[in-house]
Design a protein around this ligand. Structure first.
Ligand code: AMP
Ligand code: ZN
Length: 117
């Protein structure tokens, strides 16, 4: 069920401490950790602790959590002293989503091209 932990979900396991991760910040509703395959000097993933498959599903089921995730992006960017950074929610396999527990990518610490690939 949406919001409940999923046995087969990598990010639910990271939130539960069952899979190790380099934790950056944690709140009552969110969890932030470093991407295992960083694409920039700062590459942090921010997830709601609740399991939802993508950002649109999250916004429908629990809109307050979208705000919680985005507030954390700002807090982490400030902690990492980033004045320019990118926030990405890949949605669907064609856009590169590989883990179906919604996550924001925070990318920064280098110049970022636009448009993205
Ligand atoms: P996406 O492709 O948008 O679904 O993003 C999934 C991200 O999770 C990728 O950038 C992966 O490098 C990252 N990732 C996969 N496994 C782990 C892990 N065990 N710890 C941290 N990041 C991971
Ligand atoms: Zn999950």
């Amino acid at each position: 069920m949406a919001g409940e932990p999923q046995d087969d979900c990598l990010f639910c396991k990271i939130v539960a401490g069952q899979v190790p991760a380099t934790v950056v910040r944690e709140t009552a509703t969110t969890f932030a950790f470093r991407d295992i395959n960083p694409q920039a000097p700062t590459h942090v993933l921010v997830v709601p602790k609740a399991h939802h498959r993508d950002v649109a599903a999250l916004a429908t089921a629990a809109p307050e959590l979208v705000g919680d995730v985005l507030r954390e992006i700002g807090e982490i960017a400030a902690e990492e002293k980033l004045d320019s950074y990118r926030t990405v929610f890949n949605t669907g396999t064609g856009a590169g989503q590989t883990v179906f527990h919604v996550h924001a990518h925070l990318l920064g610490g280098r110049g970022l091209e636009w448009p993205p690939g």
